[in-house]
Structures are given as structure tokens and as C-alpha cells.
Design a protein around this ligand. Structure first.
Ligand SMILES: [Zn+2]
Ligand SMILES: [Zn+2]
Length: 124
């Protein structure tokens, strides 16, 4: 059961809750496989966002998208630490949990690096 977990997130458009499913792939890398509206009750619980899994190195599966609006990415809020679906490529982000807004930074590989906020990263 350590090979699978869910993280709770919200849709930036509908503000509805959904769950990001992670599966452990070869090499111990976590892969975001699906976005689902309901987390299954069996197999595993919903992990807290503080779970000691380094999802910054996770990969995104081809099937993953927000089940509410179809966004294919998500951002961890720099203020409340919760996850909100995100349209990859956008510069501005608004948290569906706490309303915090900020700017998204991309690193050289165009991978979302950080959201500026109260986390101590960036200029926020
Ligand atoms: Zn969405
Ligand atoms: Zn927030």
C-alpha cells in the first residue's frame, strides 16, 4: 500500500475538491497518474500534504488532469501549502483554498519550480 496514495486538491475554477493519485513507478519515482473526484475508501487513505514524499520530483502521467476543468497541472500554495489545479504555462496563480495569489516561476526545463508566497521562496 506504500505504492499508491492520494493528495487532496481543489479546482481553481469550480473550487471543488478532487484527489491526485500518485503511483510509485520504477526507480522509486512518484507519478501523478489520475485526477479523481472521489478517493477510494479502500487500499489507502488520503495522505496529508505534509506526507514525507518528495513530489517535487514526481512525473506526470499522460492521463492526469483535473477531473473538474481538465487542467493538467497543479500548484502547491506558498501560503497554506494546499494544492490547486493549474493551467500549465500561466504566470499567475490563485489558491482555491485560501485565496492567496502569486506568480509562478518556471525553471529552465519549464518545470514549475515555485509559487511565490509566504514560504520564504521568491520575492513574496
Ligand atoms: Zn480544475
Ligand atoms: Zn492557499
Amino acid at each position: 500500500m506504500d505504492n499508491l496514495f492520494f493528495l487532496e486538491a481543489k479546482c481553481m475554477h469550480t473550487k471543488s475538491t478532487f484527489y491526485i493519485r500518485f503511483d510509485k513507478a520504477a526507480g522509486g519515482v512518484w507519478c501523478q497518474t489520475y485526477g479523481v473526484k472521489f478517493a477510494p475508501q479502500s487500499t489507502t487513505g488520503v495522505a496529508s500534504n505534509k506526507m514525507s514524499v518528495d513530489i517535487s520530483k514526481s512525473t506526470v502521467g499522460p492521463q492526469y488532469k483535473c477531473p473538474h476543468c481538465g487542467n493538467e497541472s497543479y500548484v502547491k500554495c506558498g501560503s497554506c501549502g494546499k494544492l490547486t489545479c493549474f493551467n500549465y504555462g500561466d504566470k499567475n496563480f490563485s489558491c482555491a483554498h485560501c485565496g492567496h495569489t502569486g506568480t509562478i516561476s518556471y525553471d529552465k526545463d519549464n518545470y514549475i519550480k515555485t509559487m511565490e508566497g509566504n514560504s520564504g521562496i521568491g520575492q513574496g
